[in-house]
Design a protein around this ligand. Structure first.
Ligand code: DP6
Length: 364
């Protein structure tokens, strides 16, 4: 089993200098969903996603050697989110750094000032753990490389960044790659692993310029976090069948992606979204994250697809907002439909136009 623990990654005191590293890393939308985990952030089933372009986090990790009299056993940091100190993010990040000390022992040697922002409106109800945790993990891997010259090879760098992102938030490990990424062992996909995501490059051209327009149905805080939702899967009576279904679907998806079959692709994406929410509704205690306007828009999408014969399908994250998936060639028609039929049902008419993206970017 791959093990990145390395007690030798300690910097000679005289060589530790101050500096900063910035990464911009995108969010992603899962087509086959990760829902249910075990052990240390290991998925119960493989998942696959589109990496997005416009919805991203930009994170700067500023570091300076600790003062001689400060403790080397503690993580020291400040966390500024959207220009304001954020205690909640700080506490979460301190815990995350503590959990990866065996991999990066040098994290104890610095004080960190972390600054982060999202491109999408704060509290737009878009999951930010994938973009935020991947941006941070990329910064840490860059810091390792700067001092130890260990990650020169791009594939090795990304694999480690994906491994570390996974420990922060499962879905984050897929954001490391452009286009599509797969996380979790799946026999048909060579090199796939439960420990990190791998890039999926051999898809049909149509999927390389796919759109994902995010329609904001509600910006409210989720009543149940994803973390708690994963936990409830342990007792869900449908869990085993669900994991089997996801594995089978991933098997079928390979040829669908290669052939460019947008209808078969859309059917799977839509069913995955509905199954995810059905699992929430059949948890104990049960809970519902979709809103009346989510259902209203779903009906309109179904009607539009049937009448206009346009391959417009939807997905959902763990929340009420709709992700509209469609190929570039039907862009004009779909965006007219969104403007006239769907926007009136969005909170403050909010709509984030996104598409398959180029993956994370180092900014300095
Ligand atoms: C519904 O990755 O947010 O978006 O590992 O506990 O941080 P943690 O969970 P998280 O779960 C994401 C669930 C999902 C589906 C998916 O992205 O695959």
């Amino acid at each position: 089993m791959l093990n990145y623990n390395n007690p030798q990654l300690v910097i000679e005191s005289a060589k530790a200098k101050e500096g900063k590293i910035t990464w911009r890393s995108p969010s992603n939308i899962a087509i086959i969903k990760y829902w249910g985990k075990h052990g240390i952030q290991l998925p119960r089933n493989p998942s696959i996603s589109f990496t997005l372009e416009n919805a991203y986090s930009e994170t700067t990790l500023a570091y300076r050697p600790k003062d001689v009299d400060s403790s080397y056993n503690e993580i020291s940091m400040n966390f500024i989110f959207d220009r304001n100190p954020n205690e909640q993010f700080k506490n979460k990040t301190v815990k995350f750094f503590e959990s990866i000390l065996d991999i990066f022992p040098f994290l104890k040697q610095f004080h960190f000032d972390i600054t982060s922002r999202n491109s999408f409106p704060h509290s737009a109800g878009i999951a930010s753990s994938a973009s935020g945790m991947s941006a941070l993990s990329l910064c840490i891997c860059s810091l390792e490389h700067k001092y130890f010259n260990t990650l020169d090879d791009d594939a090795a760098f990304r694999q480690k960044a994906s491994f570390v992102s996974r420990l922060g938030s499962g879905s984050a490990c897929r954001s490391i790659y452009p286009g599509m990424a797969l996380w979790g062992e799946s026999p048909e996909w060579t090199g796939s692993s439960d420990l990190y995501a791998i890039p999926v490059d051999d898809t049909h051209e149509v999927f390389k310029s796919y759109h994902d327009d995010i329609l904001i149905v509600s910006k409210g805080e989720k009543s149940v976090s994803s973390r708690a939702g994963h936990g409830l899967m342990d007792e869900n009576i449908y869990a085993d069948n669900r994991y089997k279904q996801a594995k089978n679907r991933l098997r079928n998806l390979k040829s669908i992606l290669q052939q460019g079959d947008v209808e078969a692709f859309g059917k799977i994406a839509e069913s995955e979204a509905l199954v995810l929410h059905a699992l929430m509704m059949s948890s104990n205690p049960p809970y519902i994250l979709i809103k009346p306007n989510t259902l209203l828009m779903i009906e309109k999408i179904h009607h539009f697809r049937k009448e206009m014969k346009v391959p417009l399908y939807f997905s959902l994250d763990a929340g009420p907002n709709l992700h509209l998936l469609y190929p570039d060639e039907v862009k004009t028609q779909v965006q007219e439909f969104i403007t006239s039929e769907l926007l009136p049902h969005c909170e403050n008419g909010q709509w984030i136009k996104d598409k398959v993206g180029r993956g994370p970017l180092q900014m300095d």
